[in-house]
Design a protein. Structure first.
Length: 280
């Protein structure tokens, strides 16, 4: 990638919901880090902050000497996206994570607060060393254009502003390909794809599984290889199953040929018109 975002990371949505699962979830994240994952995605929304505590425990167990090699992504809730509340929310996330800095801090989706307020807060956090970069999540093409226009009005250079946009993108949700992904690629902005395996449907999709088997892959691996095929998209599948975490990581090594991509297009046709951005 042209930016410092890996092709694959570990999603953590739903982690932290049950105290009884704390140890197994920490172990899952630790396993991912040991396998080679170098991006962990979380948010203050997930389990009301308890997910960030799970991530923090795993990072601590992995070793602070490895911290510089790991990209930690978290998100501020839209309801907290005022200038003052964004800073407070980030400080709370840092406390739960046990970190001094969040690598990429995202606005979880667009909010009622003016974008300028949130961006001012991001700048303050960046200047204070509490975040390294910022970005957005669940922004469609028009939303992203408005955000970038505000950054431009504030005199923020493109290479210093919004780093990424995290959206739902998978073989079952190809809408971003019509206009959002091209717009982002024009700015050399990587897309982060959450739920890249759908809600589990792709891992057991009959046609996809048959095609994957002929290629020596599982359906999940083929779906993930497809998501990261351009080198400009980071897939962040969530799993707490150790074998699946390993399987998913291996998927990014497989380069897909033109005929393989064409076969996938026949199963999951690309969009021919603008589609509303899907959100999960």
């Amino acid at each position: 990638m042209t930016t410092q975002i890996p092709l694959i990371g570990l999603g953590t949505w739903n982690m932290g919901e049950r105290r009884a699962s704390f140890v197994s979830e920490v172990d899952a994240i630790l396993h991912a880090l040991r396998v080679g994952y170098r991006l962990i995605d979380t948010a203050e929304l997930y389990a009301d902050g308890a997910c960030e505590q799970v991530v923090g425990a795993a990072l601590k167990a992995f070793g602070r000497n490895m911290r510089d090699r790991i990209t930690v992504v978290s998100k501020v809730l839209p309801s907290n996206a005022s200038r003052k509340q964004t800073i407070t929310a980030c400080q709370r996330s840092l406390d739960r994570l046990g970190l001094e800095q969040i690598d990429v801090y995202l606005l979880h989706w667009h909010s009622r607060h003016p974008y300028a307020e949130t961006i001012e807060a991001f700048l303050t956090l960046q200047e204070s060393g509490l975040i390294k970069r910022w970005g957005v999540s669940n922004f469609d093409t028009d939303d992203l254009a408005q955000w970038l226009a505000v950054e431009k009005q504030m005199g923020i250079a493109p290479e210093k502003g919004c780093l990424t946009n995290q959206v739902y993108y998978s073989l079952m949700a190809r809408g971003p390909e019509f206009d959002l992904l091209p717009a982002m690629q024009q700015r050399d902005m990587p897309l982060m794809a959450y739920t890249p395996l759908g809600s589990g449907e792709l891992a057991s999709h009959p046609e996809l599984a048959a095609l994957a088997s002929s290629m020596g892959l599982t359906a999940a691996q083929l779906a993930l290889s497809w998501v990261v095929r351009s080198g400009r998209v980071c897939a962040i599948p969530k799993s707490v199953t150790l074998a699946r975490i390993t399987e998913n990581f291996a998927a990014v090594e497989r380069q897909l040929a033109a005929d393989e991509l064409a076969a996938m297009d026949r199963i999951f046709p690309p969009p021919r018109s603008k589609q509303p951005l899907a959100v999960i």
